[in-house]
Design a protein around this ligand. Structure first.
Ligand code: ADP
Ligand code: MG
Length: 256
């Protein structure tokens, strides 16, 4: 078996007295596409945010390509900011609310990380940004302001921005949840294309029909743990646990 790209051991996360993640062990192999489903407030976003250190872990270890993140000193683990920046480059994140810079054009949004984080010369960054925007079908929008785009277009810019950094894993946190229904398809089509390319991805989503076709593995998160894990057929069509069954029932019929 190949070395996992990502390995998480005993991840706990609390906010004050609220114990959200209660000891999660998790491995991602190259090329896996993992859909994470679960009720609102179950900790899906927190899980993704811990993974790329946008939230500090309360306990646990994160390993990337066989290397532990953090430096142990006097029995305590420290996380040098430089190392965390590199982790965030390697795990590209796409948010529900796009998080584009409103005062920058589409092209500038995609170039920004390449220039400020990767330190590329502007011309090189621009060439990459143009290529990535073409991939998501937005070549016509280089000079547009994010505020003048539809939600679906803004999310595609955000995906181009994440892709431009050449992440090893893409993390999507409900990328279509804030979109009008008629705009969901254009974003899912881009994500589907990334799947065809063989990219390693984690997708938090309520689009169960899409998850069924997209994922190689589905995780149902409940009570701070991976309550049920399996193939899309196992978890979405024939869940074994009562809680998973209840959750899926609440979605009613969804089309595969
Ligand atoms: P999900 O994405 O599954 O809807 P979240 O990960 O956003 O859930 O939140 C899990 C729980 O942690 C919720 O109860 C939420 O209110 C709480 N939470 C999330 N972020 C914070 C924070 N920064 N401070 C305090 N509580 C938080
Ligand atoms: Mg969330």
């Amino acid at each position: 078996m190949s070395t996992p790209i990502l390995e998480i051991k005993g991840l706990h996360k609390s906010f004050g007295n609220l114990h959200v993640l209660k000891g999660i062990d998790f491995t991602v192999e190259p090329g896996e596409r993992i859909a994470i489903i679960g009720g609102s407030g179950s900790g899906k976003s927190t899980f993704l945010r811990c993974m790329n250190f946008m939230e500090a872990l309360s306990d646990g270890e994160i390993w990337l390509d066989g290397q532990r993140i953090g430096v142990e000193r006097n029995g305590k683990v420290h996380y040098p900011e430089k190392q965390l920046c590199s982790v965030r480059e390697r795990l590209g994140m796409v948010f529900q609310q796009f998080n584009l810079f409103p005062h920058m054009t589409v092209l500038q949004n995609v170039m920004e990380g390449l220039v400020t984080v990767k330190g590329l010369p502007k011309a090189e960054a621009q060439a990459i940004a143009i290529r990535e925007l073409e991939k998501v079908g937005l070549s016509e929008k280089h000079d547009a302001w994010p505020g003048h785009l539809s939600g679906g277009q803004q999310q595609r810019v955000a995906i181009a921005r994440a892709l431009s950094m050449e992440p090893e894993i893409l993390l999507f946190d409900e990328p279509t949840s804030s979109l009008d229904p008629e705009l969901v398809g254009e974003v899912l089509r881009v994500i589907k294309q990334l799947a065809v390319e063989g990219r390693t991805m984690l997708l938090v989503t309520h689009e169960l029909g899409f998850a069924y076709h997209f994922a190689t593995k589905v995780i149902f998160l409940a009570d701070g743990l991976f309550h049920e894990v399996g193939t899309p057929d196992e978890v979405l069509k024939a869940p074994q646990k009562a809680k998973t069954q209840d959750f899926l029932r609440r979605f009613g019929e969804f089309s595969f």
